[in-house]
Design a binder for this molecule. Structure first.
Ligand SMILES: NC(=O)c1ccc[n+]([C@@H]2O[C@H](COP(=O)([O-])OP(=O)(O)OC[C@H]3O[C@@H](n4cnc5c(N)ncnc54)[C@H](OP(=O)(O)O)[C@@H]3O)[C@@H](O)[C@H]2O)c1
Length: 249
């Protein structure tokens, strides 16, 4: 039997990359998916790929009004959220000495504040037996030059995952954090570095990984299915590194 049969899953930032790959695999496992994102063209493309059964909503996770609207739509259509994958996030890299306040606020606004209030808004719809997955990153464990704000936001996500898990375990809601290593998604085109800098960063990252390659979004999606399903019924509050060995080797 499919692992997520009949489940309703909300995936923020589900229009591209890890979120989209996860939405597809969740569907294959029997879930009905709701995905969000900001860019209309990506959302239209995602709707085509996910088909008419998927609810695709344009929403900026850093805006409380947008998040409230997403939850309202899911409530009206499905009445509950069995699985929440708080995945929407951005990455902008550069030396700490050159980081501007606006970039700091933008990164924290989406990666931390947006994630936090997405969870808060969704909680009333998450029943006993529900699962919350937070997307953090390996960068909170490693000192990678140029990633200071991004790493700080992801360390906050991981910390929140622990506390939230402790708060919700008694209600039968499991919270876990996924920390991907370098995964081949469109995020690397949005780092704020020039093409040569991005290429150099990608090459050095691939060499740092035990498996000497980037991961694929589907390799994160498989772990998300596991954590969201009953296969992970005794897995709570943990951080799963899906990183080709980057954290430990
Ligand atoms: N790829 C990696 O190597 C890697 C490693 C560790 C962790 N991660 C994390 O994985 C998550 C997904 O990233 P990805 O690699 O799949 O990159 P991606 O392809 O750029 O996907 C990011 C998704 O988040 C959405 N998004 C960004 N800001 C948003 C906002 N304010 N409101 C709503 N949606 C928003 C994007 O849609 P729009 O473009 O329309 O905004 C897109 O759907 C992020 O949290 C990222 O930090 C990625």
């Amino acid at each position: 039997m499919a692992k997520l049969q009949g489940k309703i899953a909300l995936i923020t930032g589900g229009s591209t990359g890890i979120g989209l790959a996860t939405a597809k695999l969740f569907q294959q496992e029997g879930a009905t998916v709701v995905v969000t994102g900001r860019t209309k063209s990506s959302l239209d493309e995602a709707q085509k790929e996910l088909g008419p059964d998927a609810l695709v909503i344009q929403a900026d996770a850093s805006k409380m009004k947008d998040t409230a609207n997403v939850v309202e739509q899911v409530k009206a259509k499905f009445g509950r959220i069995d699985i929440l994958f708080a995945n929407a996030g951005i990455a902008k890299f550069g030396p700490a000495a050159q980081v501007e306040e606006q970039t700091f606020d933008e990164m924290f606004g989406i990666n931390v504040k947006g994630l936090f209030f997405t969870v808060q808004a969704a909680l009333p719809l998450i029943p006993t037996g529900g699962a919350i997955l937070l997307n953090a990153s390996i960068v909170s464990k490693k000192g990678l030059p140029g990633t200071s704000i991004y790493s700080t936001t992801k360390a906050a996500v991981r910390s929140f995952g622990r506390t939230l898990a402790a708060e919700l375990a008694g209600q039968g809601i499991r919270v876990n954090t996924i920390s991907p290593g370098p995964i081949a998604t469109p995020i690397y085109g949005k780092l704020g570095m020039d093409a040569a800098g991005t290429k150099q960063f990608e090459e050095s990252m691939a060499q740092s990984v035990g498996l000497k390659r980037f991961g694929q979004p589907e390799e994160i999606a498989k772990v998300a299915v596991f954590l969201a399903s009953d296969d992970a019924s005794y897995v709570v509050g943990t951080e799963v590194f899906v990183d080709g060995g980057l954290a430990e080797l």
